[in-house]
Each structure stands twice: as structure tokens, then as C-alpha cells.
Design a protein. Sequence first.
Length: 403
Amino acid sequence: MGKFMTVFTFHLKEALTSKSFVIGNLITLIIIVGVFGFNHLSSKESKDKVALINTTSYETDINLLNNGLKSVKLYPEEKNNLGKLKQQVKQGDLDGIIEITEKNGLPALTYQYKSFADQELVAILSQKIQQVGIDKTIKDSRVDPNVAAKLLAPISVENIALKDTSGTSGIVYIFVFLMYILILGRGQMIANTITAEKSSRVMEIMIPKVKPIFMMYGKILVQLVIGLADIVVMILGFLVSYALGWFNGQQFSLFGFHIDLSNLTPFIIICFIIYFTLGFLLYAIGYAAVGAVVSRTEDLSSVSFPIILCIMAAFFIGINSIFAPASTLVTVCSYIPVTSPIVTFSRILAGEAGYLEMGITIVILLASITILNHLANRIYLNGVMNYSGKVKFKDVVQMAKKH
């Protein structure tokens, strides 16, 4: 055990003090804080300017129309300035022109813009102008306003979600993406390190002094610690941005997914650590075996391709589980070892995986890690001293069988 701790401590110190770790996490921290800072400052900038021309008898209050428009401010203009306003839109000095006209006794809108229409503006303004037209029609027809209000009142619809997962979809996306990036990146780092040591003949010096299994697990556990450290740095970036008031934990969105950090409970964090650790160990052992059977780093990409395919499949199925957590594909993949860590965790957040399913998947993962560990130990032991040419699949099978 003392030799293992020596190997582990050596590699951990080397990894924590490496330029790639320090600079990489510093850049990550700057990017996270920078993105939130940029969004915060951008939200304070002036709103888009849109000219409003009313050529009808409908009375409109510009202040009421502006109420509810988050990113646009309407400015009243005259019809005779239309040509000048169009030129301003073409030059980018004005973001659009909305003209209120009348067709068949009802108000109508004409929206002119340069390239892209603001659909949110059109939807809100259409509703408000329609209400103006309704009010005028009621007044001209001398209809009792109370009667008209009852006739036009929409049907009341109450939405009750027995499993409200709207606030967890974004959390699923973040954690699934983190698992994918860290397992893929750190796993590749394990394989590269082992292959580099093998190609430099360091293994020939180390193996007589340290058991190969100690060397393999020293690298795996170090990369696991580094992966968790990467997560801590990312969390630190979020905390700094939150402390500066640059985002609201309950009104935060990422790539269109709503994120409510109040749903991030200790139970979810514990589940993430468990499934991330199990998934990392499963793939890391595979990467270690791959790194041991090749003699050149150039050959790693082709040999590790099946592992990359597995983790990519797990990622895409995990993303799919955001929209269909109870689908047959997602449910079945919860019990397949290579996809279980990501998919099962996403189903836990969606409220589709209970304690029984969690227990079964954890047992499956532990059993898979045990079996893979037994095979990887043989492959690693027989592979690190193999300096032959390109290794074929049958060679790997022979290494796994050889004691």
C-alpha cells in the first residue's frame, strides 16, 4: 500500500502543478464569469428602437404599448416620415417600423425590418392592438362592457403537473454534459500517459520496483481527483457570478433550457458524485487497458474509437432523456453499463428512476467494473511490456486470457 500511495502522490502532485491544469482551469473560470458578466452588461444596454406609426382612428397609448416589452422601445412617428425611417432601418440606425392600419373595419399591423423579425414584439403588440380594436367596437356598438367582457373571456385552464420537471431539464443538460466532457477528456489523458511512459521505456524501469496494478490505478484515481477538481472550479465560477449578482438562480437559462438552481438538492449532488465516479472508473479502466496495448500515441485514436463511440452514445441518449425520460430506449439504456451512469442520472432528475432502479443500476455498474478490472489487469500487465507492431483485436483477447 505504501508503494501505491507513493505512485498516487507523485502523479497527483505532477497533475495539480502542471501548466495545463492551472491554465486550463483559470481559462474555464474566466470564461464562466465572463459569459455571465457579458450577459449581465448586455441586458443593461439600450433597447431596440422601433418606430410606431398610427394612421387610424384607434387611440393608442405609447406607454401602455411599451409596457411588457423587455427588449424593444416604441417611438411614435408620423406617416410622412416613412421614407426617412425606412432609410434608417437599412442603415441600422433603427430596428424596425410598425404601422397601424385599418382593414375591413379592424386594426391591422404592417411590420418592416431589415433582416430578422422580432416575433415576440409582433405577438405582444398584436394582442394589445387587437384589444384596442375590440374596445372601440364595443364602444361604437354601445354594448354593455360587462356583457362584452363575459363573451370575450377565455376559458380558464389550470395546469397541474404531478411531476414538474421544467426546472430540472437545464440541470440535466449541465450534468450530462459535464459527465461526457470529463470522462472523455480525462480518460484520454490516462491512455496518453500510459502510452507515453511505455514508448519512452519508463515501464521497463518501473515494473521491477512497482506492481503494474499500482501504476494503473494510481493514474486512474489521480485523473478522477482532477476531474472532481475541474467540477469544483466550474462551481466556483457560478458562485462568483451569483455573488456579483450577474444571474438569478431561479431565472437562469442555458441553450434554451430553463434552470432553477433551487432544484439542486443534496440528494442530486450525491447521485451525481456516485454515478460520475462509477462511470469514470468504468471508462478509465478501459482507457488504461487501451493505453497499455499500443506502443505509439498515434495509434491511440483508432484503438480507443469503440470507447469513444460508447460515451458518445451515452451522451446523446442522456440528452434525449430530457425530452422523453420514460421512453423504451432510455429505460433500457439505464441498465446497460456503458450508458447507465449518464442515462440513469438524467432519469433520476426527471423523477422517472426510483430507489429500486438506482440500486439495481449501481449493482450492475459495480459488477461491470469488477469484471472489467479483472480483464484490464491482465491486459495492462501483458500489454505494457509488449512493443510489437500494430495490435489487433485477437492480440488483446490473448492478453486478457493470459495470466
